[in-house]
Design a protein around this ligand. Structure first.
Ligand SMILES: Nc1ncnc2c1ncn2[C@@H]1O[C@H](COP(=O)(O)OP(=O)(O)OP(=O)(O)O)[C@@H](O)[C@H]1O
Length: 350
C-alpha cells in the first residue's frame, strides 16, 4: 500500500496578509494597494501581473521598505522568513541585505550615476561583511566584486569596474543591478519590470540570468511585469492585480484555461498573436460604468468606450492616453462568471 505523506507543507518564505498602501496626496488619498494577500515558498518563482497603475510596484516597494514616508502601509501581517516586515524601524533597507534583493525597471536611475560600478559593488559587499561580522581585505573584496561581474556575464571586468553606469549599455546596467541585488545572498529577489527597458533578445538573456542565478543561490524570485507571456514562461504561479486588488492567483502554466476573473481573461485576450493582427477591438469586460464618473476635467479619456478600454489599457498603450489613464475615475464593477469567494465583486478602478 502506498504510504500517505503526512508531512506539513513547507513554511512560506514570504507571507503577506491584507496589505494596504495609501498615499496622502494634495488631491486626496490614493489607495494603491487594497487588502492584498499572497505568499511565496522558498525557491519559488512568482509573477505579479497587471496593467500600469494596478499597484504591483507599490506592493513590492512596501515589502522592500522603499516607500516614501507619506505612504501609509498597513497589513494583518507581513513576514519574510523570521523577519516581521511591519516592525522594521527604518523605512529603507539597503540593496543586498541577507533576506531581500531588488532589481528595478530602469537601472540607469536606480544605480548611482556618480559612483563607478566597482565602488557600488564594493559598498554592497562591505555591507554584507559587516552584517556577517567578517573582515574582508581590499584585495579579497575586489576579487569578489570581479567574480560577481563574471557571474552575471560581464567579461570585461576591469573596464566595467571602472565605468560609471552611463558608460554601459542597458543590458550591461541591468546585469550590474542583478549582481548588486544578489551579492548579499538574499533569500528573495524582487525584480520590478526588469526587462521593460530592454529589447526582446536582451530581455530573455536577463530573465534567463535571474532564473539561473536565483536557482543557484536557492533564492525565491518575484517578477513584476505586465508581460503575461514572459511571466508564463519563467514563473510557476501568478498573482493578477487590478485596481490595487489581487483579483486572481493561479498556476502560470494553466492560466489560459483556468482564468476565472473577467479581468484575467481580458488580459490574456490582449496578448498580441499573429492570429489577432487584424483585430481592431480588444476583449471586453462586461461592465457597468456610471457615465458621470467616467468624466475627467469634463472629458472622459475613454469617451463612451470605457468597457473595452478597461482591457485595452492593459497592453495597448496607443489606444488610450497613458498620462490620462491614471486620472480616469471610472469605477467599474464586474461580477465574476463563476461565483467564487476568492474573487471580489468589485474589481476596482482604472
Ligand atoms: N509615490 C506616490 N504618490 C502618490 N501616488 C502614487 C505613488 N506611487 C504610486 N502611486 C499611485 O499608486 C497607484 C499604483 O501605482 P504602481 O506604480 O504601484 O502601479 P504599477 O502596477 O506598478 O504600475 P506600473 O506598471 O506603471 O509601474 C497608481 O495610481 C499610482 O499613481
Amino acid at each position: 500500500m502506498d504510504s500517505i505523506d503526512t508531512s506539513a507543507p513547507p513554511e512560506p518564505l514570504l507571507e503577506v496578509h491584507g496589505l494596504t498602501v495609501e498615499f496622502r496626496t494634495r488631491r486626496g488619498v490614493v489607495r494603491a494597494v487594497d487588502d492584498v494577500s499572497f505568499s511565496v515558498q522558498p525557491g519559488e518563482r512568482l509573477a505579479i501581473v497587471g496593467e500600469s497603475g494596478s499597484g504591483k510596484s507599490t506592493a513590492c516597494l512596501a515589502i522592500g521598505g522603499f516607500l516614501p514616508p507619506y505612504a501609509e502601509v498597513t497589513a494583518e501581517s507581513m513576514r519574510l522568513d523570521e523577519v516581521d516586515l511591519l516592525a522594521r524601524k527604518t523605512s529603507r533597507i539597503p540593496l543586498g541585505t541577507p533576506h531581500l534583493g531588488l532589481v528595478f525597471q530602469d537601472a540607469m536611475t536606480s544605480l548611482d550615476p556618480v559612483w563607478t560600478v566597482g565602488s557600488q559593488l564594493l559598498a554592497a559587499l562591505k555591507g554584507k561583511s559587516l552584517r556577517a561580522g567578517v573582515k574582508e581585505s581590499k584585495g579579497e573584496a575586489l576579487a569578489e566584486a570581479r567574480d560577481w561581474l563574471h557571474r552575471v556575464g560581464l567579461t570585461d571586468t576591469e573596464r566595467v569596474m571602472k565605468a560609471r553606469p552611463d558608460a554601459l549599455s542597458g543590458g550591461m546596467r541591468q546585469r550590474v543591478m542583478i549582481a548588486l541585488a544578489l551579492c548579499g545572498g538574499p533569500e528573495l529577489l524582487i525584480a520590478d519590470e526588469p526587462t521593460s527597458a530592454l529589447d526582446a533578445s536582451t530581455s530573455h538573456e536577463v530573465m534567463d540570468l535571474m532564473v539561473e542565478m536565483t536557482e543557484t543561490l536557492g533564492a525565491a524570485l518575484i517578477i513584476v511585469s505586465h508581460d503575461l507571456k514572459l511571466c508564463q514562461e519563467y514563473t510557476s504561479r501568478m498573482v493578477v492585480m487590478y485596481g490595487g486588488k489581487a483579483v486572481e492567483q493561479a498556476p502560470s502554466i494553466d492560466l489560459d484555461t483556468t482564468a476565472r476573473h473577467p479581468y484575467t481573461s481580458a488580459l490574456l485576450g490582449c496578448v498580441p498573436t499573429l492570429a489577432k493582427r487584424n483585430v481592431d477591438l480588444l476583449p471586453i469586460i462586461p461592465v457597468n460604468v456610471p457615465r458621470e464618473s467616467a468624466s475627467v476635467h469634463g472629458q472622459c479619456v475613454f469617451r463612451d468606450r470605457c468597457e473595452f478600454a478597461v482591457a485595452a489599457c492593459a497592453v495597448a498603450p496607443p489606444l488610450v492616453d497613458v498620462a490620462d489613464r491614471h486620472e480616469a475615475a471610472c469605477w467599474v464593477t464586474a461580477g465574476p462568471t463563476d461565483a467564487d469567494s476568492r474573487i471580489p465583486e468589485t474589481v476596482g478602478s482604472h
